[in-house]
Design a protein around this ligand. Structure first.
Ligand code: ADP
Length: 698
C-alpha cells in the first residue's frame, strides 16, 4: 500500500516538476553532477544535452556554448563557494539569449541542501524567467536614468551659475585692480576643481602680460617667476590669447604634447596637469588680459569648466576695464591737480549744487591772503562779497560772484578786473576769467575762476596814465598859445605881400604842425580820460548830414594830393538826417578816419565819405570813409582798433601813435554804434560806422 502511495506521490511530483514555470536542477556536491532537472531547466542546455542526456554529467560538461569561458569558470567557482560557505547565492536579471529571439532575463538561485549530518551534499539550482518583468520595468528604469542625468546637469549648471554669480559679485564693486584679481581667483580656486588659476593684465608699455594674481596648487617659485611677466612674443599659450576672441582650450595636455600643440618643457606641464584653458578678457574692443587655469582632469569644450570660466571672464573683463578707466581718470586728475597746484595764477572751482568752493590752489590762497584751508568749502558768494571790491580807480567793475554766476549759467567771462581786499588791509588787483564746467552731456556742474595778481602792472599803468594825462595837460597850454600865434601870423602873412616865400612857407608849416600837435595832445588826453573813466559824452539833437559836411569842409582846406567827395544813399543833398549824438565827438571820429585815409594813401587819390539811410532801418545811419591807399593786411585787421597798434605794412615815414582808431572805436561804441573795416592790402580801405540816430532808451 505504502509503495503504491509513494509511486503515486512521485508521479505527482514529476507532473509538478514538468509543468513548473521555474527551471529546477539538483546537483550533487562536491562533484556537481546533475542528478535531476525539469524540462524547463533543460531548455538552457545545448540541444545535444537535452532529454536527460546531461543527467549524471558534471556541470562543466554541459555548460551551454553561449556562456564564455570566463563566465563558465566563475559559475564553477560560485558552486564551490556555496558548498564551502553553506550560503545560498543569487543572481538577478542574468542576461541570456532568448529561446525565441532577443534577450531573456533570469533570476538564478543556488541553494545548498544539507544531509542529516549537516554536510552539504546537494545544490538545488532554480532558474526563474523574469524577462517579462524586466522588459516591463525597463522604460521606467531608463526614464529614471535620464531624469537622474538631467538632474545632475541642472545641478552642474546651477553650480556653474553660482560660481559666475559669486565672481561677478566679488569683482563688481571694486575699482582696485589688485582686489579684483584676488577676489576672482579666490572664488574660482575655491569653488572649482582647478589646479592652478591665474589672471594676467595687459601691459602695452612693457609689451607683455603682467601677472595680477595666481593660485598655484604647489608653491612653484620657478613657474611663478615665468608667469610674472609674459612678453607678447613668449611661447606661453597665454601670450597668444590677445590674438583671439575665443578661449584657448587644451582638453588633454598629454595629447597636446604628443601632437605638438604644447612644448614638452612648457611650465604648465606639472605631472598631474591634464587640461588647460586660457580665456582672453575683452571689454568691447579692448584687450584687458587673460584668465587661465589648468586642471587635473580632462575637460570638454562644452563642459562645465569651460562654461564657468567663459561666464566669469565677461565679468572680470568688465571689472578690470572699469578699474583701468577709473585709474586713468584718477591719474589724469592727479596730474591736473598737480598742475593747478603749481600754477602762479589763482584757481578756484565753485560747485553748482551748493555754491561752495570745492578747490582752490595755493596761489589763490596767496592772493586772498588767507590760509588755503580757509578758502576750501566756503560758500563762494560770501567770500566774494566780503573780499572782492567792485570799483577800481573809480571805475565800476563786475564783482566776482556775478562773474561766477554768469559762468554757472554757461557763459565765459574773460579779462575781468577785480580788487581783493585782504584781511591784512592790503588790496590786490586781479585780472580774472571764469568759465562753466560741464559734463559731456552739457550739464553745468560748476564754474572755474582763474585770476592773476596784476597789482604791480596796474600801478605801472596807472603811473603811465597819470604821466600822459599830466604831460598832455602841461603841453596843451604852450601849444594852444603857439597854435593861436601861428594862426595870427598866418593870417597876417596872407595880407602882407612883402614876405619872402620861405618865411611864408615856414609860417604855414608852423600853423599846420601846431594844429597836428594839438590833435595829438587831445588824443592823449582822451586816452587818459578813457583809462580813468572820465570820458563823458555830450549828446544832443543834430543833423548828421550837416555834421558830415562840416567835417568835409574843414578837411578839404588842407588837401593837396587828394580830393574828397560826399556820396549819399537814400538821401537827397537837401535832406536833413536828425540824430542824437555828441557832435564834437562824431566830428573827431570822422576827422580821424579822413586824416588816416589821407595819411595812408600817400600817392593821393579820391577819398569817399558816404552816408546811407534806409527807410527799413530809420533809426540807423551807415557812414563810411573809403580810400585807395596802402590798405591793411588781413592778419592785422582784428588788432587795428587796439590801443597803440600800428600795422606792419607801414613805412617809417608815416608817423603816428596808434591811438586814433582806439578812440574811434571807444567813441562809436559809447554811442551804441559799431565800427569795422574792410580792406585789401595795396588797394585801399573802407571804414564803416553804423550809428544809432535815436538815444538809447535803456
Ligand atoms: P596811427 O595812424 O597814429 O598809427 P591809428 O590808431 O589811427 O594810429 O591807426 C592804427 C593803424 O591802423 C595805423 O598805424 C595803420 O597801420 C592802420 N590804418 C588806419 N587807417 C588806415 C587806412 N586808412 N589805411 C591803411 N591803414 C590804416
Amino acid at each position: 500500500m505504502d509503495s503504491q502511495i509513494n509511486a503515486k506521490t512521485r508521479s505527482y511530483a514529476n507532473i509538478m516538476l514538468e509543468h513548473m514555470p521555474v527551471g529546477v536542477a539538483l546537483f550533487d556536491a562536491p562533484a556537481f553532477h546533475l542528478l535531476a532537472c525539469n524540462p524547463l531547466f533543460e531548455t538552457f542546455l545545448d540541444p545535444g544535452w537535452q532529454n536527460d542526456r546531461a543527467i549524471g554529467h558534471p556541470l562543466s560538461d554541459f555548460i551551454p556554448g553561449w556562456v564564455s569561458e570566463a563566465q563558465a569558470a566563475s559559475a564553477v567557482r560560485v558552486f564551490r563557494k556555496v558548498v564551502e560557505t553553506g550560503t545560498a547565492y543569487r543572481v538577478d536579471w542574468y542576461m541570456a539569449p532568448s529561446r525565441g529571439s532577443g534577450t531573456a532575463y533570469w533570476n538564478w538561485y543556488l541553494e545548498p541542501v544539507a544531509d542529516q549530518d549537516g554536510q552539504i551534499s546537494y545544490l538545488l539550482l532554480t532558474v526563474n524567467d523574469v524577462t517579462a518583468q524586466v522588459l516591463a520595468r525597463q522604460p521606467a528604469e531608463q526614464a529614471h536614468a535620464s531624469l537622474t542625468q538631467a538632474h545632475r546637469a541642472i545641478e552642474e549648471e546651477h553650480k556653474r551659475l553660482a560660481v559666475i554669480e559669486t565672481v561677478a559679485r566679488s569683482v563688481r564693486d571694486s575699482m582696485d585692480i589688485q582686489a579684483i584679481g584676488k577676489a576672482a581667483i579666490d572664488t574660482l580656486a575655491q569653488d572649482f576643481n582647478t589646479w592652478n588659476v591665474s589672471i594676467h593684465v595687459d601691459d602695452p608699455m612693457q609689451q607683455a602680460l603682467r601677472l595680477l594674481h595666481a593660485h598655484l596648487l604647489t608653491e612653484d617659485a620657478q613657474a611663478l617667476a615665468i608667469l610674472q611677466l609674459v612678453p607678447y612674443n613668449s611661447s606661453l599659450l597665454l601670450a597668444q590669447a590677445r590674438q583671439h576672441r575665443d578661449p584657448l582650450i587644451i582638453e588633454d595636455l598629454q595629447t597636446g604634447v604628443t601632437s605638438g600643440i604644447v612644448a614638452s618643457d612648457h611650465p604648465l606641464l606639472a605631472p598631474d596637469t591634464r587640461a588647460y584653458i586660457c580665456v582672453p578678457l575683452w571689454f568691447h574692443d579692448h584687450f584687458e588680459g587673460t584668465l587661465a587655469a589648468s586642471f587635473n582632469v580632462t575637460i570638454q569644450p562644452d563642459g562645465p569648466e569651460v562654461k564657468t570660466f567663459v561666464g566669469c571672464s565677461t565679468h572680470i573683463a568688465a571689472a578690470l576695464a572699469h578699474a583701468r578707466l577709473h585709474a586713468a581718470i584718477e591719474n589724469q586728475r592727479t596730474r591736473l591737480r598737480a598742475v593747478l597746484d603749481q600754477l602762479p595764477e589763482g584757481v578756484i572751482i565753485v560747485e553748482s549744487t551748493h555754491g561752495r568752493i570745492s578747490y582752490a590752489n595755493a596761489a589763490a590762497a596767496d592772493i586772498f591772503g588767507v590760509p588755503l584751508a580757509h578758502l576750501v568749502d566756503v560758500p563762494f558768494n560770501e567770500y566774494a562779497q566780503m573780499h572782492a571790491l567792485t570799483y577800481i580807480y573809480g571805475k565800476q567793475i563786475l564783482p566776482w560772484n556775478f562773474t561766477v554766476i554768469r559762468a554757472l549759467c554757461g557763459e565765459k567771462v574773460t579779462g575781468q578786473e577785480t580788487v581783493v581786499a585782504r584781511p591784512d588791509g592790503n588790496q590786490v588787483i586781479t585780472l580774472s576769467s571764469s568759465a562753466p564746467l560741464c559734463t559731456e552731456s552739457g550739464i553745468i556742474t560748476g564754474a572755474v575762476l582763474v585770476f592773476r595778481d596784476i597789482t604791480e602792472q596796474k600801478s605801472l599803468e596807472q603811473q603811465k596814465n597819470e604821466f600822459i594825462s599830466l604831460a598832455s595837460h602841461e603841453l596843451r597850454t604852450p601849444i594852444t598859445a603857439i597854435q593861436g600865434f601861428a594862426e595870427i601870423l598866418h593870417m597876417k602873412a596872407a595880407q602882407d605881400t612883402s614876405l619872402d616865400t620861405l618865411t611864408l612857407r615856414a609860417i604855414t608849416i608852423i600853423a599846420e604842425q601846431s594844429q597836428q600837435l594839438t590833435r595829438l595832445i587831445n588824443e592823449m588826453l582822451d586816452l587818459s580820460r578813457i583809462e580813468n573813466a572820465r570820458l563823458l559824452l555830450n549828446p544832443a539833437q543834430h543833423d548828421l548830414l550837416k555834421t558830415l559836411r562840416r567835417v568835409i569842409e574843414n578837411q578839404a582846406i588842407a588837401l593837396r594830393n587828394h580830393s574828397i567827395r560826399l556820396v549819399l544813399k537814400g538821401l537827397e543833398a537837401t535832406d536833413t538826417l536828425p540824430g542824437y549824438f555828441d557832435e564834437d565827438r562824431i566830428i573827431q571820429v570822422m576827422s580821424n578816419l579822413i586824416n588816416n585815409a589821407i595819411k595812408y594813401s600817400p600817392a593821393g587819390g579820391e577819398i569817399e565819405v558816404g552816408l546811407r539811410h534806409r527807410p527799413e532801418e530809420p533809426a540807423k545811419a551807415l557812414i563810411w570813409v573809403k580810400d585807395h591807399g596802402i590798405g591793411i593786411p588781413a592778419s592785422e585787421i582784428p588788432h587795428i582798433f587796439k590801443r597803440f597798434h600800428r600795422a606792419a605794412n607801414l613805412d617809417h615815414s608815416i608817423s603816428g601813435l596808434g591811438i586814433g582808431l582806439y578812440l574811434v572805436h571807444e567813441l562809436v561804441t559809447r554811442h551804441d554804434g559799431r565800427v569795422w573795416v574792410e580792406s585789401t592790402e595795396g588797394a585801399g580801405s573802407t571804414f564803416y560806422i553804423l550809428l544809432p540816430l535815436k538815444a538809447n532808451q535803456q
